[in-house]
Structures are given as structure tokens and as C-alpha cells.
Design a protein around this ligand. Structure first.
Ligand code: PEP
Ligand code: MN
Length: 333
């Protein structure tokens, strides 16, 4: 980190600031120019409040040279992280397809979808039990009963399951869930992230609706800081001025996150577009961009889905996407 001081900074002010920075465990390299003095801060600057430093009377500006995320940073962990989901791997050369309904609705629904997506190449089953809905009057999910149904589908198909958590007090019912999802709306629920950091469960961390990649990585950092390194990042589209699609899929996030971090990165083309017919092209593009996996919403009867029917694929459409994705993977190998 670099602090550029104002030309008016006195020797006394420079000395007192240097002492304060040194007391925070940093070494300070002072470079005096004709017009201003620059302090180079060496060491772990992650705990320095850049806004506070920048607001000091003698400081003109502050610039971070290294990113504020350390544990999630590829610089300190050059190899790809490979996350183990009960023997199934994601990250590095390992690719997985997560598929299933937006919400678990009934035993018949989740089982039928699980069997069909498994037959056409999905390796992990998704299904929302606790649903974050904009309206309190909309279907809120089957909650604990939904998780029971997912576990039953897991027993019958052998597929690991992923489902969203919204409140840390629900953690006990997630005991046998293979991957815990943190949805877009909770990406910066820091208390929840801290609790998940204390578990050793794989966490699927989705990008917030209007969050930067640095904020996403700082949220991953919260989980790792608690000791849990099993994180999969998910780009799921962000809010822009565009209204034809539900969100705007930021595909550049995939190579950028892979450059910045060692964590696996997957793409959710369903929530990113909100339109079933866009899921196939966006899935293919995500794979071509280097995603380590996809998460796709599939429903056996999308027109009757209790949530997100418009973006849900039929099992037949999913089979087609799965085949196209397989071909793209062959080409880019
Ligand atoms: C979901 O995956 O079910 C979901 C609600 O997605 P997001 O948090 O990305 O909106
Ligand atoms: Mn959904």
C-alpha cells in the first residue's frame, strides 16, 4: 500500500504517522520527493482502513498495491483449489454440472427431475428448500421438509445435493447436505459467512446482484478466515440497465476470477438470463470461457413450477444442453 502525503505535511506529522503505522506491524519506506513524500507500507496491510488513512489531514491519497483478500488470492496459492464433494471433485480439470428445480415441490417432482437430469449428465442435484422470495406472499419453499426430500432423492440416485441456507440457525438441518449454497441476496451476510467458515462443508457462494468481483472474493475470504477453504464461486448475472433479460451474465467474471483466485468458478445461466431459451447459448459460452461447472434449473413441468418456471428447462432441453456442453468441452480440452 502507498500513502501519498500532502506537500504541507510536516516532519513531525510524517514521524507520528510512521510510528502509528509501525505500531500496526508494518514497515514504512519513506521516499521524499521535491513536492511530496510517499510512504510505502510493507507487510500485512489487510487490517489497515484505507478510508481512515486517506482522511488524515496530511494524507493526499492512498492506493492499495495488493488485493485485500489474501487467502482467496492466487498469488499466495498458485495452484487451483480442488473441492471434494464426497469423492466428486470440482476445480482444476474437474468439471461438474449441477441441475434441478428452483424449488423442491413434492417427492414425485424432485425424484423425477433427479433421475432425468442424472441420466443426461448432471452430477449434482440442486433444489431450493428455503427460498429467498421478493414477496412474502410468494411460495417460501418446503423448508426442512424440502431438505428431507432432497436427501431421499440423494439416497435413490446417489447424487450429492446442493441447497440454499438463509439463516445460520438452520445449520442443523443441513447436516447431510453436501454443498451449502449462499444465494446472491446473502453474499454479504457476514454473520452467516462467519458461521459457515466454522463448518467444513463445501460452500457454493453466489455473486450478489450488484457486487463487484472484489466484494465476492472478500466474502469468500470471510469463510476461509474461519478455516473453511471449501468454496466454489458462482457467477449468476448482475443488475444492469438491460431489461430484456432478468440479469446480465458477466462472463468476463470467469477468466477474471480464475486469474485473481484459486477457487473454482461456476456459472448459473438460469438466474443470469431468466429465460429458458437463453440457457443453452449461455451455458456453452460459460464453458468456452473456462467455467469449472454449471448450475441449471430444470423442471418436469416448467409451466406449473412454483418458482422460476420461465427460466427452467424441461428434462429434454437439459439433455440437449448437456450434450452441447460436452462437445464444447471436447473442443477446448
Ligand atoms: C437459487 O439458486 O435458487 C437462487 C435463488 O439464486 P440467486 O441467489 O443467484 O438469485
Ligand atoms: Mn430459481
Amino acid at each position: 500500500m502507498i500513502a501519498v502525503l500532502k506537500p504541507s505535511a510536516t516532519q513531525e506529522q510524517i514521524e507520528s504517522l510512521t510510528k502509528w503505522l509501525e505500531s500496526r506491524g508494518l514497515s514504512v519506506h519513506i521516499s521524499k520527493g521535491d513536492f511530496c513524500t510517499i510512504l510505502g507500507l510493507i507487510g500485512d496491510t489487510s487490517q489497515i482502513d484505507t478510508e481512515l488513512l486517506g482522511s488524515l489531514e496530511m494524507v493526499d491519497s492512498v492506493k492499495r498495491i495488493t488485493e485485500p483478500f489474501k487467502n482467496a488470492n492466487r498469488k499466495f496459492h498458485p495452484d487451483d483449489s480442488i473441492i471434494d464433494i464426497n469423492g466428486l471433485k470440482i476445480g482444476g480439470a474437474h468439471f461438474q454440472v449441477i441441475a434441478g428445480p428452483c424449488s423442491v415441490e413434492s417427492p414425485e417432482q424432485i425424484l423425477a427431475i433427479a433421475q432425468s437430469v442424472k441420466a443426461s449428465g448432471a452430477t449434482i442435484l440442486r433444489g431450493g428448500a428455503f427460498k429467498p422470495r421478493t414477496s412474502p406472499y410468494a411460495f417460501q419453499g418446503m423448508r426442512g421438509d424440502g431438505i428431507e426430500l432432497l436427501l431421499e432423492a440423494k439416497r435413490q440416485t446417489g447424487m450429492p445435493i446442493v441447497t440454499e441456507i438463509m439463516n445460520a440457525s438452520h445449520l442443523p438441518v443441513f447436516e447431510h447436505v453436501d454443498i451449502i449454497q449462499v444465494g446472491a441476496r446473502n453474499m454479504q451476510n457476514f454473520e452467516l459467512l462467519k458461521e459457515l467458515g466454522m463448518t467444513r462443508k463445501p460452500i457454493l457462494l453466489k455473486r450478489g446482484l450488484a457486487n463487484t468481483l472484489e466484494e465476492l472474493l472478500m466474502s469468500a475470504e470471510y469463510i476461509i478466515a474461519g478455516g473453511n477453504r471449501n468454496i466454489i464461486l458462482c457467477e449468476r448475472g448482475i443488475r444492469t440497465f438491460e431489461t430484456y433479460t432478468r440479469n446480465t451474465l458477466d462472463l468476463s467474471a470467469v477468466p477474471m476470477l480464475k486469474e485473481l483466485s484459486h477457487l473454482p468458478v461456476i456459472v448459473d445461466p438460469s438466474h443470469a438470463s431468466g429465460i429458458a431459451r437463453l440457457v443453452q447459448p449461455m451455458s456453452m459460452a460459460a464453458v468456452a470461457a473456462g467455467a469449472h461447472g454449471l448450475m441449471i434449473e430444470v423442471h418436469n413441468d416448467p409451466s406449473k413450477a412454483l418458482c422460476d418456471g420461465a427460466q427452467s428447462l424441461t428434462p429434454e432441453q437439459f439433455a440437449e444442453v448437456s450434450e452441447k456442453v460436452r462437445k464444447i468441452r471436447e473442443v477446448i480440452k
